[in-house]
Design a protein around this ligand. Structure first.
Ligand code: GAP
Length: 441
């Protein structure tokens, strides 16, 4: 049986975006020809392009445009001692209940006193369920060969703190950043790619002198909120929400979430936590290796405190798509348009010869090759030009470049703007500079 996207919130916007994602090749149910695997998704050609752009937008703001953050790329398979020290083996759990009637399982904190599937109140007592995926390294399935897929990228940064400190000659305040896959055996994944068992994290661990952590926490809350508006989400659809004491993760002395107004209500995009020296202290004690920083001017050694902005790339992509989706009317015809920021759109430019006739091919290919050096481009010569514009609007391409028969005479092409649909004619020679200026790339 083919899998469906199981939309949990039956709103028009949610359905429109989920359908567009499938129809236009952003997101597919994973291994669909075998019936899929529940709440697991594959990113199609446009999704792979857009997810890469989300990562790059984060990398640009968090690493490229700063001089106090360096990247790493740590292993996904992790020594179990890391998770023992970090507290994940003991406390990275959700409360699980079973329905004795229909045998479904639920997160106790997400349901009232009845099973959402069959309505039965015959539920087991809640028991802690560890969310980490366990596996075995090597051919023997023994206790000594257990390893875990990382549920967060953060620990890769803590266990490499000393390596980075010494090889990069850093001193607090400085950060280590990482983007990569994370795995959590969620009891109730859902709402499309909002909560999945395999997802992508973009995390920064920012190491600061202990007394400075409240100031840096406020700083990162403002920075991270501004990142989402910079890439096109209206500020009314975003808010900062400090956690209540009982919500805090085991490592956090204070967390503020950046939340987005999803079709079903406010939901977390990222958490900005003050992790204090919890992790460095735990790894220092557990490994027996000193992780203190020696501050030469004061002659003091200390364990830095950590402020951590941790964002989901796949969840951010979904928020950017929801925020960008729009429908309007052009020349009496309704159109769906993704008003994505040019840096996030899968393609920045579409090259569209007016006709498939051979005479337009050499110039059209020449224009394509000039643009491909700077932008991700799509080349499309099938169907009417109106339909091709609609198709590009729907996948968020900010500019279409059309080559017509006059172009052969005057070496000029037409640039069409996705949002205003305005058309500008200009020489092929000026095209790259013109688009670079308009795309802010
Ligand atoms: N190191 C801290 C940490 O991992 P988190 O709040 O558990 O913090 C950070 O996760 C972000 O990762 C969340 O704000 C969310 O955007 C994303 N995320 C968490 N669980 C997810 C899941 N199951 N599916 C998709 N994204 C998820």
């Amino acid at each position: 049986m083919p899998t469906s996207f199981e939309p949990a919130a039956n709103t028009g916007l949610f359905d429109a975006v989920v359908n567009l994602c499938k129809r236009r090749g952003f997101v597919f149910p994973s291994a669909e020809i075998y019936g899929g695997i529940r709440s697991t998704y594959d990113y199609g050609p446009l999704g792979a392009l857009m997810l890469r752009n989300v990562r790059e937008a984060w990398w640009r703001a968090m690493i490229q445009e700063r001089d106090d953050v360096v990247p790493i790329d740590a292993a996904i398979l992790t020594n179990p001692k890391v998770w023992e020290a970090s507290g994940h083996l003991a406390t990275f759990t959700d409360p699980l209940v079973d329905c004795r009637n229909c045998k479904e399982r639920w997160r106790a904190d997400q349901i009232e006193d009845a099973c959402p599937n069959c309505g039965s109140k015959d539920l087991t007592e809640a028991r802690p369920f560890n969310l980490m995926f366990k596996t075995y390294v090597g051919p023997v399935e023994a206790d000594s060969s257990v390893a875990y897929l990382r549920p967060e990228t953060a620990q890769g940064m803590f266990v490499n703190f000393l390596n980075v400190l010494t090889t990069m000659r850093r001193k607090p305040p400085f950060g280590i950043a990482q983007i990569g896959r994370a795995f959590r055996n969620e009891i109730t994944p859902g709402n499309f790619v909002f909560r999945t068992r395999e997802f992508e994290l973009m995390e920064l661990e920012f190491f600061v002198p202990p007394a400075d952590s409240p100031r840096w926490h406020r700083y990162w809350c403002d920075e991270r909120l501004a990142w989402y508006t910079r890439y096109g989400i209206a500020s009314e659809k975003l808010r900062l929400r400090p956690h209540e004491k009982e919500e805090l993760s085991h490592y956090s002395a204070g967390t503020t979430d950046v939340e987005f107004l999803f079709p079903w209500g406010w939901g977390e995009l990222e958490g900005i936590a003050n992790r204090t020296d919890f992790d460095l202290r735990a790894h220092q004690e557990s490994s027996g290796t000193s992780l203190e920083y020696f501050d030469q001017p004061t002659g003091e050694s200390y364990l830095p405190h950590v402020v951590e902005p941790a964002a989901g790339a796949t969840r951010a992509m979904m928020a950017f798509l929801l925020a960008a989706y729009d429908e309007d009317e052009i020349g009496g015809e309704r159109r769906a348009v993704l008003r994505l920021h040019p840096r996030l759109a899968p393609y920045q430019v579409a090259v569209l010869p007016l006709s498939k006739k051979d005479t337009l091919a050499p110039l059209s290919r020449d224009v394509l090759h000039r643009l491909q050096r700077y932008f991700m481009c799509e080349f499309d010569e099938t169907q009417s030009i109106g339909r091709r514009y609609r198709r590009q609007d729907e996948i968020g391409t900010p500019y279409c470049v059309t080559i017509d028969f006059e172009s052969l005479e005057d070496q000029q092409v037409t640039v069409r703007d996705r949002d205003s649909t305005e058309q500008t004619r200009l020489p092929v020679e000026d095209l790259v500079a013109h688009l670079l200026g308009r795309l802010d790339i």
